[in-house]
Ligand binder design. Structure first.
Ligand SMILES: [Zn+2]
Length: 221
């Protein structure tokens, strides 16, 4: 019975399930990190796009000033032209950054997709392992029940007095508590028993313990 309990606790299938669960847990935290990254990169993209809009608006306003005819002072017009040149450079920088950012996001999304697919596969695999473990543990449990039943059946065949004596000895002395007697010698401790004890052993149903080692003794031919 103890062996079966150990067998149950150490079954290979539960180890496999636990390993797969740990792997999946790691995978999920990896995915969460990537999702966090993705959100940050998207936020950065929105910032760049806003900046781009501002610059575009600035360019439009300065173009209006330059060609609107309201300003006629050459010095001022030259300054506006200078400013427009600078804005146009800034705009092209921002456009490059936006493209880079989009590529970055695309890469993260691709990686995230792969990881999510992998996670799905691992989830399915874990489910398989869990089913397998369920089968294995059910089979061990059935084995255990069967043994328990046969033990109970055996116990009904043994006299209650003997059973009581046996459980008492087991509690006080541990597991090795039954000894055979052969040729008047207790095989549990190799000490000769008194002739009266040996004689009494022939009485059917009698419960005796060794005078020396205290084990339950039985005659063997
Ligand atoms: Zn003995």
């Amino acid at each position: 019975m103890v062996k079966i309990k150990k067998l149950f606790q150490n079954r290979q299938s539960i180890k496999e399930v636990e390993e797969a669960r740990a792997l999946l847990k790691n995978m999920i935290s990896g995915i969460k990190l990537l999702e966090k990254d993705l959100a940050a990169e998207k936020k950065e993209l929105r910032r760049l796009e806003m900046k781009g809009k501002e610059i575009t608006e600035d360019i439009r306003e300065n173009n209006e000033k330059l060609y609107g005819g309201e300003i006629s002072a050459t010095k001022e017009l030259i300054q506006i032209e200078k400013k427009l040149k600078k804005l146009s450079e800034e705009n092209s920088e921002i456009e490059d950054l936006v493209i880079q950012q989009m590529e970055e996001i695309e890469n993260i999304e691709k990686e995230l997709n792969e990881k999510k697919n992998e996670e799905k596969e691992k989830q399915a695999f874990l489910k398989e392992l869990e089913e397998k473990d369920k089968e294995q543990s059910n089979s061990i449990k059935a084995q255990y029940r069967k043994q328990k039943e046969s033990k109970q059946q055996l116990e009904t065949q043994i006299s209650p007095q003997l059973l009581q004596k046996y459980s008492h000895l087991k509690k006080t002395k541990g597991s090795n508590i039954v000894a055979k007697v052969k040729g008047g010698v207790c095989l549990g401790c190799q000490v000769s028993l008194s002739s009266s004890t040996v004689g009494r052993l022939y009485t059917p149903g009698i419960i005796l313990t060794c005078e020396n080692c205290g084990k339950l003794i039985f005659l063997v031919d």
